[in-house]
Design a protein around this ligand. Structure first.
Ligand code: ADP
Ligand code: MG
Length: 603
C-alpha cells in the first residue's frame, strides 16, 4: 500500500461529503429549506416540485429575508445566523444551527437564492455555478419580502446518488409526507405544495379545525377517530406534552405512525419510544405498534440537539425525568374510560376470518353492561383438558341444545351453544348471538388474575413434576440469578444452574398445564428487551401479560359446553374483559334485529 501525502480537502469536496450525510434524497432538501423558512419566521411557505424534485425544488417564504452582503455568506460552510457561541449551542431554539445545509445542497445541484429583507428596496438574486462557487453572480431582482430558494438538477454531479433516486411518484410521496409532518408542528404557518404546476394541497394557518385537517391528512381518518387529545404540563420541571395518541383499538403492525417533536423538531428517540410503549403496555397486543403525534416542549437547555448531522436525534439531560413524565402522563390518559364508539376499522381489516360486513361496531359491546353481581358464578372455570384427552361436546349441536337452560337472559353473555372451528365460542343471550374469541378472552382473565395476585403478593406457584433445565444465554442466566426475588413474585421459581443453564422449578398455578420452557424463554426475552433493571417494576405487567398468554386456551382446543359457560361467567366477572390484554375485542354481539336484517326478514 502506498503512503499518500496528507492533504486538506478542497471546500467543494468537503461540502459534498457533508451533503452525503444530510441530503440523501429530494425530501431532505425540502426539509432543510422549509426548516430555514420556518427559522426565518415565515407565516406562509410554498413548495414547488418538478419531476419528484429531480428537476426542481423551490421553496418560497415570507420570512425575514437575507440582506445583500449576507447572501454569499449564507452559502459558506459553517455560516449561520442562529448561534454564535457555546452558550447558544447549549440552548438552540431554532431548527438549524450547523450552517451546513445551503453549502451542502449547493455542492450537489444548481442553486439560486432570491431574497429581500423588509427594509430593502428590492430583492437580490444570487446564482451559483458549482464549477465556480467562489464567485457567485448577484443581480438586482423583483420580488416580495422573503426568500425563494431554487434547487435545480439535484445530484447532477453525483451519479451514484442519482441512480438511487426512486420514481417521481415515490420521491414526491416522501416530500408530501415530510411536509405534512412539518406542518403538523406549525399550525400558525400556512403551507402549500405544488407538483409540476398543480396544487396538491394548500393548508391555511391556524384554527383548531385546520389542525384536525392536517392530522387527518397525515394519519388518516382511522387515527383521527381514535385519537385522544393530550395536554399535560409539569410545572416544576417545565415539561409540556401535547398532541394526540390513538386509543388501543387503533394500532399498527409497523411503527409508521409515531411522530414525536421536541421543541418543534421532529425526532426519533429510543427513550421516548420506550416511554410511550410502556404507557400502552397493558392495552396493546404484543408486536402491535401504538400510533401518536406528540409535541414535547421543554427548556432548550435540557436537551442537546447537536447529536446527529441530520438533527433527527436528541439527547436529554434528565432522561429519567422526561421518561417518567411521558410514561405517567400517557398511561393515565389511556386508562381513562372511553365514551362513545371506538373505531375498529383496522382490526376489521386484519381479521380475515370475519366478513367485515357481518361485523357490528365495537360500540355494541357497551349496550350490554357486564356487571359482576349479575353473574352468580354458577360454574368454576377449570383448565381445559389437553388436546389428547378426547373430544368434548364442543362441536355437537345436539349436546349444546340439550344443555341450554330456558332462562337465556340470566347472564349478560348468555349460554354457550357451540364452538366454531376451535376458535370462537357461540353463545345465545336475550338479544341474540354472542361470539367470543376464546383465547383472547381467557388471556385477559388470566392476566387480570395474575395482576391482582401479583399486587397482593399472592401469586400461587405450582411445582413442575420434573424441574426443567434450560440452556440460555449468559446474560439471561444472570438475569435469573440477580432477580430471583422478582421472578418469584411473578410466580416463577427459577434458579441459575451453571454459566448458561437455568432450572425451572415452579410456574404460576393459574396457568395449569403450560409449556413452561416457552413461557420462561418468552419472559426472559421480554425482560431483556427493556434491559435496565431499574425499570423492572414498570415492566412487570408486560411480563405477566406474556405469561398469561402462555397459560391461556389455545385455538383449536375443544371445550365442553360447561367449560365454555365457565369462561363466559369468568368474563362477566373480570374487569376490562371486553378487550384482551392487547386491546383486541374479546367478543361481540349480533342481535336478532341485525340477523333479521341480514336475512331481509321483517318481524
Ligand atoms: P443553518 O440553518 O444551520 O443556519 P443553513 O445553511 O441552512 O444553516 O443556512 C445558512 C444561513 O442562511 C442561515 O443561518 C440563515 O441566516 C440564512 N438563511 C437560509 N435560508 C433562509 C431563509 N429562507 N430566510 C432567511 N434566512 C435564511
Ligand atoms: Mg438550515
Amino acid at each position: 500500500m502506498h503512503i499518500h501525502e496528507i492533504r486538506v480537502l478542497p471546500d467543494h469536496l468537503v461540502n459534498q461529503i457533508a451533503a452525503g450525510e444530510v441530503i440523501e434524497r429530494p425530501a431532505a432538501v425540502v426539509k432543510e429549506l422549509v426548516e430555514n423558512a420556518l427559522d426565518a419566521g415565515s407565516s406562509r411557505i410554498e413548495v414547488d416540485i418538478e419531476q419528484g424534485g429531480r428537476k426542481l425544488i423551490r421553496v418560497s417564504d415570507n420570512g425575514c429575508g437575507i440582506g445583500l452582503e449576507q447572501l454569499p455568506v449564507a452559502l459558506q460552510r459553517h455560516a449561520t445566523s442562529k448561534i454564535s457561541s457555546m452558550q447558544d449551542l447549549e440552548r438552540v431554539a431554532s431548527l438549524g444551527f450547523r450552517g451546513e445545509a445551503l453549502p451542502s445542497i449547493a455542492s450537489v445541484s444548481r442553486l439560486s437564492i432570491r431574497s429581500r429583507t423588509q427594509e430593502a428596496e428590492h430583492a437580490w438574486e444570487l446564482e451559483l455555478q458549482p464549477a465556480s462557487p467562489a464567485e457567485p453572480d448577484i443581480k438586482p431582482a423583483a420580488g416580495n419580502a422573503g426568500t425563494v430558494i431554487s434547487v435545480r438538477d439535484l445530484f447532477f454531479n453525483v451519479p451514484a446518488r442519482r441512480k438511487f433516486l426512486k420514481t417521481e411518484k415515490t420521491e414526491l410521496n416522501h416530500i408530501d409526507a415530510l411536509m405534512k409532518r412539518l406542518s403538523l408542528a406549525r399550525p400558525q404557518c400556512a403551507f402549500c405544495l405544488r407538483h409540476n404546476g398543480r396544487v396538491l394541497w394548500d393548508s391555511p394557518a391556524g384554527s383548531a379545525q385546520q389542525d384536525e385537517k392536517r392530522l387527518r391528512s397525515l394519519l388518516g381518518k382511522g387515527f383521527a377517530d381514535a385519537a385522544l387529545a393530550i395536554d399535560l404540563a409539569a410545572q416544576a420541571s417545565g415539561l409540556d406534552l401535547s398532541g394526540w395518541v390513538a386509543r388501543p383499538e387503533f394500532s399498527r403492525s409497523q411503527a409508521d405512525m409515531q411522530y414525536f417533536y421536541v421543541n418543534g423538531r421532529m425526532v426519533r428517540d429510543k427513550l421516548i419510544t420506550h416511554a410511550v410503549r410502556q404507557a400502552y403496555q397493558d392495552v396493546l397486543y404484543h408486536g402491535r405498534q401504538p400510533a401518536y403525534v406528540l409535541f414535547l416542549r421543554l427548556d432548550p437547555r435540557m436537551v442537546d440537539v447537536n447529536v446527529h448531522p441530520a438533527k433527527t436525534e436528541v439527547r436529554f439531560r434528565e432522561t429519567r425525568l422526561v421518561h417518567d413524565f411521558i410514561f405517567r402522563g400517557l398511561h393515565k390518559a389511556l386508562a381513562e374510560p372511553v365514551a362513545g364508539a371506538a373505531s375498529a376499522t383496522e382490526q376489521a381489516a386484519s381479521v380475515p376470518a370475519v366478513n367485515p360486513s357481518f361485523r357490528p361496531s365495537l360500540s355494541d359491546q357497551s349496550r350490554l353492561p357486564l356487571q359482576a353481581h349479575e353473574a352468580q358464578a354458577a360454574y368454576a372455570f377449570q383448565q381445559p383438558p389437553p388436546e389428547d384427552a378426547g373430544p368434548a361436546a364442543g362441536n355437537s349441536s345436539e349436546t349444546a341444545a340439550a344443555s341450554l337452560p330456558e332462562e337465556t337472559h340470566a347472564f349478560p353473555l348468555g349460554y354457550a351453544i357451540a364452538q366454531l372451528h376451535g376458535v370462537y365460542i357461540l353463545a345465545q343471550n336475550e338479544q341474540g348471538l354472542i361470539v367470543v374469541d376464546m383465547h383472547a378472552a381467557h388471556e385477559r382473565i388470566t392476566y387480570e388474575q395474575l395482576k391482582a395476585q401479583y399486587n397482593s403478593h399472592t401469586i400461587t406457584r405450582q411445582p413442575l413434576l420434573l424441574p426443567q433445565t434450560l440452556h440460555v444465554s449468559e446474560r439471561e442466566a444472570r438475569l435469573v440469578e440477580e432477580h430471583a426475588q422478582a421472578w418469584q413474585r411473578m410466580g416463577l421459581s427459577l434458579q441459575r444452574f451453571s454459566k448458561d443453564t437455568i432450572v425451572i422449578r415452579e410456574i404460576p398455578a393459574l396457568l395449569g398445564r403450560t409449556d413452561a420452557e416457552q413461557l420462561v424463554r418468552d419472559s426472559l426475552a421480554e425482560w431483556l428487551l427493556f434491559g435496565t433493571s431499574r425499570l423492572v417494576e414498570q415492566q412487570v405487567y408486560q411480563i405477566l401479560s406474556s405469561v398469561a398468554c402462555h397459560g391461556s386456551v389455545r385455538a383449536n382446543r375443544k371445550l365442553s359446553i360447561d367449560e365454555m359457560n365457565a369462561l363466559l361467567r369468568s368474563m362477566e366477572q373480570t374487569e376490562r374483559s371486553d378487550q384482551c390484554n392487547h386491546g383486541r375485542p374479546t367478543w361481540f354481539q349480533l342481535s336478532m334485529q341485525e340477523l333479521d336484517k341480514m336475512f331481509l326478514r321483517g318481524r
